[in-house]
Design a binder for this molecule. Structure first.
Ligand code: ATP
Ligand code: MG
Length: 316
């Protein structure tokens, strides 16, 4: 049974236990046709587990998953025809050439025999593997092996790509090339891409789902993420004066949650909706010190990620 048209991936109340260990804790999310979504989280967050369930390699303990309208359990074959999967541990055959491996993958995916040769040429072109097509996979560098991994994932022209950390462990040039490849693929396909690198998400994805300890802690478009942090704001200032005393006085100001001192600057964290800049200036003048600079600082994606994932820990 096919359901829905816009939602290409639909996950409802998905839970996975490995024995007693809870790896995925009742998560729900959707990915719409054409979206490139980053699935972000620290080690052991549950990314690979979720992706293995989405691709039909692992049965969930509870919950439902539909891909391209097909339920991954009751209509696994149909669903899997629409999925290209780049797994975390890619079982590449080292003693096969790129061409023979892609030929093997095509047959495994049930590609029409007459189509195989041209489709191999197409994916080799897309993944820039022309020079290596007759080279043994075992002789390729890691970055190019990853490209073969991507090539096998798209060989059957799937609508949905599930990529589990496709840029892990490769050098910066290869990383840039792989990201470019993902961007190109994302123009025509729906992609769910896992990573624990924030900058990767901002470079390749439009939306991000952040998972920590098996739960979704945030889900939004990249540009909206900072507003998820309840409007809390940080200010950096440079003051001529005795650092211990200055910090102590700053901490007493209403609306200031935390004051730290690094690189001869004070970093002041303010509570939501508060703007204590006027009070900060007053306090410094009253202390007989000199304010050399004062600026608001935007939260970086790293700050947001850390904040979201550590908040998740403390709430349990
Ligand atoms: N086959 C397994 N048997 C038992 N526990 C497992 C198994 N696979 C994963 N886990 C556990 O489930 C949790 C989630 O693991 P998972 O591999 O999904 O995390 P991840 O987000 O992909 O992490 P990483 O960034 O390190 O790849 C971890 O606590 C892990 O130890
Ligand atoms: Mg993983």
């Amino acid at each position: 049974m096919k359901v829905g048209t816009r939602e290409v991936i639909r996950v409802e109340n998905l839970t996975k236990y490995y024995g007693k260990r809870l790896a995925v804790d009742n998560i729900s999310f959707n990915v719409e046709r054409g979206e490139v979504v980053g699935f972000l989280g620290p080690n052991a967050a549950g990314k690979t587990t979720t992706m293995r369930i989405l691709t039909g390699f692992l049965a969930p303990t509870r919950g439902d998953v539909w891909v391209a309208g097909y339920n991954i359990i009751s209509h696994s074959l149909e669903a899997r025809q629409h999925i290209g999967y780049f797994p975390e541990a890619m079982p590449l055959y080292r003693d096969m050439t790129v061409r023979s491996y892609l030929d093997f993958s095509s047959r495994l995916r049930g590609l029409d025999k007459n189509r195989i040769k041209t489709r191999i040429e197409e994916v080799v072109d897309i993944c820039h593997l022309e020079e290596y097509i007759d080279v043994l996979i075992g002789k390729l560098s890691k970055g190019f092996r990853q490209r073969v991994g991507v090539a096998q994932a798209i060989i059957h022209e799937p609508e949905v790509l599930i990529l589990d950390e496709p840029t892990i462990g490769i050098d910066p040039i290869q990383v840039a090339m792989t990201r470019q490849l993902i961007k190109e693929l994302g123009k025509e396909r729906t992609i769910l891409l896992s990573t624990h690198i924030l900058s990767e998400v901002s470079m390749t994805c439009e939306r991000v789902i952040i998972i920590n300890e098996g739960r979704i802690v945030a889900e939004d478009r990249i540009e909206n993420l900072s507003s998820l942090i309840s409007g809390s704001k940080r200010i950096r200032l440079e003051v001529e004066g005795p650092s211990g005393k200055v910090a102590e006085r700053l901490r007493q100001i209403e609306g200031i949650l935390q004051v730290s001192y690094e690189d001869s600057h004070y970093i002041v964290e303010c509570s939501a909706g508060q703007d204590p800049r006027g009070k900060i200036m007053e306090t410094i003048v009253q202390g007989g010190w000199t304010l050399l600079s004062l600026e608001s600082i935007e939260m970086s994606l790293e700050d947001i990620f850390l904040k979201l994932t550590t908040e998740g820990e403390t709430s349990q």
